[in-house]
Design a protein around this ligand. Structure first.
Ligand code: HEC
Ligand code: HEC
Length: 219
């Protein structure tokens, strides 16, 4: 137990040394915007079953299937309300542009890009976001970045002074291979000689937040 605690302290120190000022990945901001503006109609998982859609009696697209075949350019047009004529046969988002303020005036290009990054994760990942990534982001910088790197690419400062290679959390092939339970299990109980166990330090809710944050890193 002592040894694990020492690890956490060391990791905390190293994070402090590196002046953690990391920017979260685009999909992180995209998820925040999605939760506030899109989930109402498109639903938490993007399936089109949001509460406002039910209220209005409309059937929004199932983003988990449609988004895969759309380019970033087309998605930008759809989201900014300029997409009516871009998809053959149907006027996308007519309902939206009538019922809501124009998204084009609401979101900067950066924000639209961030939303698209999140839509890509929604449509590609087979795992639900089980926790709050905003909780996860703060904890990741505090406890994990020392080894996994501020960007999650596995190049934290401690890897330069010690000989080990943590998992690369920006690699979606690696993170997709782990279920939410598997990932939470590694965080809770540790792995190999260097990945510490955090079950004495973090709550189940905090670990779920970390799992969700890690999923947003691998866009
Ligand atoms: C008021 C309800 C509503 C809200 C809020 C809403 N949408 Fe939609 N959205 C719809 C409906 C309805 C459709 C389907 C239109 C159609 O098929 O003609 C749609 C379609 C889409 C499509 C096209 C899917 C495709 O590829 O065919 C995208 C992308 C999309 N919405 C993204 C968003 C994003 C991003 C937000 C948040 C910024 C958002 N929507 C907010 C109702 C909504
Ligand atoms: C002291 C360095 C260190 C710290 C601090 C650390 N990790 Fe790790 N982590 C590793 C190493 C090394 C591995 C690879 C373990 C292996 O495969 O044997 C790893 C693996 C993982 C994995 C498994 C990925 C996979 O593909 O198997 C997850 C998830 C993970 N870490 C999450 C975290 C989280 C979340 C934190 C912060 C709460 C954290 N780690 C803190 C070193 C660290």
């Amino acid at each position: 137990m002592k040894k694990l605690f020492a690890w956490a302290v060391l990791a905390g120190l190293a994070a402090g040394v590196s002046q953690a000022s990391a920017e979260p990945p685009p999909a992180y901001e995209g998820r925040r915007l999605y939760v506030s503006y899109c989930q109402l109609c498109h639903g938490e998982g993007g399936k089109g079953d949001g509460p406002l859609a039910r209220q209005m009696g409309i059937t929004p697209a199932d983003l988990t299937t449609t988004v895969r075949s759309r380019s970033d350019t087309i998605l930008t047009k759809i989201i900014t309300g300029r997409g009516g004529q871009t998809i053959a046969g149907r006027a996308r988002h007519n309902i939206l542009s009538e019922a809501m303020p124009d998204w084009e005036k609401v979101f900067s290009d950066d924000k639209v890009g961030a939303i698209i990054a999140y839509l890509r994760i929604l449509s590609r990942s087979k795992h639900r976001l089980i926790g709050d990534p905003e909780v996860g982001f703060k904890l990741y910088q505090k406890y994990c970045a020392a080894c996994h790197g501020e960007e999650g690419d596995g190049r934290g400062v401690m890897t330069a002074i010690m000989k080990f290679r943590p998992a690369d959390h920006t690699n979606s092939i690696q993170t997709e291979a782990l279920s939410n339970d598997d990932m939470a299990g590694v965080i809770r109980y540790g792995k190999g000689g260097f990945m510490p166990a955090w079950d004495d330090i973090l709550t189940a809710e905090e670990i779920d937040g970390l799992v969700s944050y890690i999923r947003l890193l691998s866009y």
